[in-house]
Design a protein around this ligand. Structure first.
Ligand code: SAH
Ligand code: SF4
Length: 357
């Protein structure tokens, strides 16, 4: 029997294991602390746990931290990590240092089934969900690399790498809870962001399991255009999406929800579109983040002109909507939003409608 990877296991899963071998649940906290605070790379190092218990733990579990096969550095300090995930496939994580923080953008799936028309990951199709250990492993591996190279430690985590986090909810929630646990990494809820294309039923589920920050990839203010850009909109339209966001904001007492809006030249960037967006989000606890489109070879979209992005931003601001323009980072190493391609070799066109949501 192959051993299970301890990285990514939740306190509850560890409690169940210790219960099954007649041990008390405080052992789980000890194990989690060894893994996530003391950086143990081997069960034998967990010296405050008896030899006998460590042996039982080792019979079922191992500690397996992924090793990036390449690290690409951008001129702006952004670094892109490529991790193998078996079957000759790869996922990517991106480290983005800024003056006052350092953000890690992590992947939740190998590829993505959502098929958004402007996204390189979507273009590849979907292969599989990542396990919590593979998601948590990205954070641990990058943290250790940063530590060895004297680089600024990670302060923020965004689920904005490859994949749709809300179609891998259970594993994503496990990782979120580890990151936000006061006893472990203690990253505040404002610094852990889950971004979704709008898997509405799972926004309700998410609200019951975490209070992390939520970002919505909106990209259009009407259903006709959003159906084209973000096909999941055909299943759950904008009205249903905003209702779910309202629920999330109330349930988690969030001050606001972030709405991401990719700027596509002559597609969704007119001033009329800005007014439509302002009307849609009026009276909503919203922040808007305008993302300049990052091109990739298979796409024919173009990024809106800088001047147009600024005008679009001003319209929203003049209507009282807190709006910022995302700085593009790491585009010289294809690490910018939507450029993550990793390697999904079978390219099963396993797309929306085929994946169970
Ligand atoms: N699947 C999730 C999270 C990953 S995508 C989601 O869609 O929300 C992270 C963000 O990058 C999303 O807002 C997505 O719409 C945006 N994005 C995708 N492709 C892009 C591109 N080519 N240029 C700029 N942003 C892009
Ligand atoms: Fe998937 Fe997000 Fe890309 Fe859409 S934008 S295809 S949901 S990764």
């Amino acid at each position: 029997m192959s051993k299970l990877n301890l990285i990514g296991k939740s306190e509850k899963e560890l409690n169940d294991f210790f219960y099954s071998i007649g041990e008390r649940s405080y052992r789980s906290k000890q194990v989690l602390s060894w893994l996530h605070k003391k950086g143990a790379v081997d069960i034998s190092l967990m010296t405050d746990i008896s030899m006998q218990v460590r042996e039982k733990l080792s019979n079922q579990f191992c500690i397996d931290i992924p090793v990036p096969i390449s690290v690409h550095s951008s001129a702006d300090g952004t670094q892109k990590f490529l991790f193998p995930v078996g079957n000759d496939q790869f996922i990517e994580s991106v480290y983005i240092p800024e003056a006052t923080r350092a953000t890690l953008c992590i992947s939740s799936q190998v590829g993505c089934a959502m098929d958004c028309s402007f996204c390189a990951t979507g273009y590849q199709g979907f292969s599989r969900n990542l396990d919590a250990n593979e998601i948590m492993g990205q954070f641990i591996a990058v943290s250790s690399y940063l530590n060895s190279n004297n680089l600024k430690p990670i302060s923020n985590v965004v689920f904005m790498g490859m994949g749709e986090p809300l179609t891998n909810l259970t594993e994503v929630v496990k990782v979120t809870n580890l990151l936000m646990s006061d006893l472990l990494y203690g990253i505040s809820r404002r610094r852990v962001t889950i971004s979704t294309s709008g898997v509405v039923p799972n926004i309700y589920k998410l609200a019951r399991e975490t209070n992390a920050s939520l970002a919505i990839s909106l990209h259009a203010a009407n259903d006709k255009l959003r159906n084209e850009l973000v096909p999941i909109n055909k299943f759950y339209n904008i009205e249903q999406l905003l209702e779910a966001c309202n629920f999330y904001a109330k349930e988690t007492k969030a001050r606001y929800i972030t709405f991401e809006y990719v700027m596509l030249k002559e597609i969704n960037d007119s001033l009329a579109a800005a007014n439509e967006l302002a009307t849609l989000l009026k009276n909503f606890p919203a922040k808007v983040n305008l993302i300049p489109f990052n091109p990739f070879s298979e796409s024919s979209y173009q990024c809106s002109d800088e001047n147009q992005i600024n005008k679009f931003c001003k319209v929203l601001q003049s209507k009282g909507i807190f709006t910022s323009i995302r700085k593009t980072r790491g585009d010289d190493i294809d690490a910018a939003c939507g450029q993550l391609a990793g390697k999904v070799n079978d390219r099963i066109k396993n797309r929306l409608g085929q994946q169970k949501l």
